[in-house]
Design a protein around this ligand. Structure first.
Ligand SMILES: Nc1ncnc2c1ncn2[C@@H]1O[C@H](COP(=O)(O)OP(=O)(O)O)[C@@H](O)[C@H]1O
Ligand SMILES: N[C@@H](CCC(=O)OP(=O)(O)O)C(=O)O
Length: 370
């Protein structure tokens, strides 16, 4: 089976490839990766690099045991390691590299999201290799994506990539962790990501990795739902890249979904964090799911949480615990408590002004199927 062709890809490199033996950045696995990127670019394909490894690269400057490192020291490790890592990447390419450090709070703000998108597009247009990482030196836990698998999927959707390559220290997704079970079998292709796939994916057993296979499956789900073929491949093996260049599939391919969701809806579903919940009656639930309607105040039964205008909220049936939709709310929680259950005309009369008709406009609403 041949791999689908691609025009623009995001390639994510895990910490175990950057600093495999804890003595700082090593060229061992990075050189074949850089050669692969160069070859793709010569063929006219565009690549955005998401590089982990700042903490692993900076660790040697601090005298700390693994997993017991205080947060402030991890940040300091990442600040020095990021600089060293960029030095290596820059030396591997004849054309320039550009560093982009960001956090989840940058990606969930629509204006900053668009600004990052524009910067990345301009860099690609000018044949400059963007090298992205989370801004670990500054970010607090609330601001973070937390792992670069999910970050790479967010970047892949942001740049409208058609492929995402996650380069790790393992040959792909197995039916159990091969580091714990020697009889584990590799799964070459995943057509659909569901709970059965998640149940196979364990955490990381390495001292430098974050998230293990679970965050890779999460990333694959995000990317494939946006029409991006996602690969988990072994970046420790030179033959991986030869095989990719020949159009073969050396690891696991998660095939893209045929009906990708729009960029804005993807951002809404996967990037924005819901600040509260709106409970709706059966009529509103039916209108949202079956007719693709906007949410109006008349169908609202209750409001939970404390959110402002423009925040993301979950919409839930008053009779069920599962959310049915996520959307951007045009009213604050406080305002909704006053207008819930009322017809738009009655609100106008009561408050003496004409309110926004839709509480959540259908363009800002994403139905959550499962
Ligand atoms: N089902 C599975 N198939 C393959 N690897 C798995 C599985 N479950 C857990 N893993 C673990 O995930 C690890 C890769 O994730 P991680 O250590 O976070 O690497 P990276 O630094 O590349 O992100 C593997 O080395 C393996 O131990
Ligand atoms: N942003 C962190 C890496 C986070 C991460 O997801 O690491 P990894 O699991 O090795 O891809 C760093 O640069 O150290």
């Amino acid at each position: 089976m041949k791999a689908p062709s691609w025009r623009r890809a995001v390639l994510k490199v895990g910490s175990a490839l950057i600093a495999p033996d804890e003595t700082g950045v090593s060229t061992k696995y990075l050189l074949p990766i850089a050669r692969f990127i160069n070859e793709c670019r010569e063929r006219g394909q565009e690549v955005v690099l998401v590089s982990s490894g700042s903490v692993a690269a900076g660790r040697k400057h601090f005298n700390f045991e693994h997993k017991k490192v205080p947060v402030a020291v991890r940040k300091a490790m990442s600040a020095v390691g990021q600089n060293e890592m960029m030095g290596y990447w820059s030396r591997f390419f004849d054309s320039p590299c550009a560093q982009l450090l960001m956090t989840h709070s940058d990606l969930r703000d629509r204006a900053r999201y668009v600004s990052i998108k524009n910067t990345l597009n301009r860099l690609l247009e000018h044949d400059i290799l963007p090298v992205v990482n989370e801004n670990d030196a500054l970010a607090t836990d609330e601001m973070k994506v937390g792992d670069n698998d999910n970050l790479s999927a967010m970047i892949a959707t942001l740049v409208d990539a058609d492929a995402l390559f996650i380069c790790s220290d393992i040959d792909g997704l197995y039916d159990s962790d091969p580091n714990l079970n020697p009889d584990a079998k590799k799964i070459p292709v995943v057509e659909q990501i569901d709970e059965s796939i998640y149940s196979l994916a364990g955490g990381s057993v390495s001292s430098v990795g974050t998230g293990g296979m679970r965050t890779k499956v999460e990333a694959a789900e995000k990317a494939t739902s946006h029409g991006i073929d996602t690969y988990i491949v072994n970046g420790r093996k030179g033959e991986t890249f030869e095989s990719l260049l020949q159009g073969d599939i050396p690891g696991t391919l998660f095939r893209r979904q045929s009906d990708p969701i729009s960029n804005k809806k993807h951002w809404l579903r996967h990037t924005l964090v819901a600040q509260g919940e709106i409970l709706v009656d059966e009529g509103a639930e039916k209108a949202l799911i079956e007719n693709g309607a906007s949410l109006l105040s008349s169908g609202i039964v209750d409001v939970q949480g404390d959110f402002d205008r423009g925040d993301a909220v979950l919409v839930r049936s008053a009779n069920d615990t599962d959310a049915i939709a996520k959307g951007i709310c045009q009213y604050s929680a406080h305002e909704l408590m006053h207008i819930k259950g009322q017809q738009t005309e009655d609100i106008a009369e009561k408050f003496g002004y004409s309110p926004i008709t839709e509480v959540i406009h259908r363009d800002d609403l994403m139905i959550l199927e499962d």
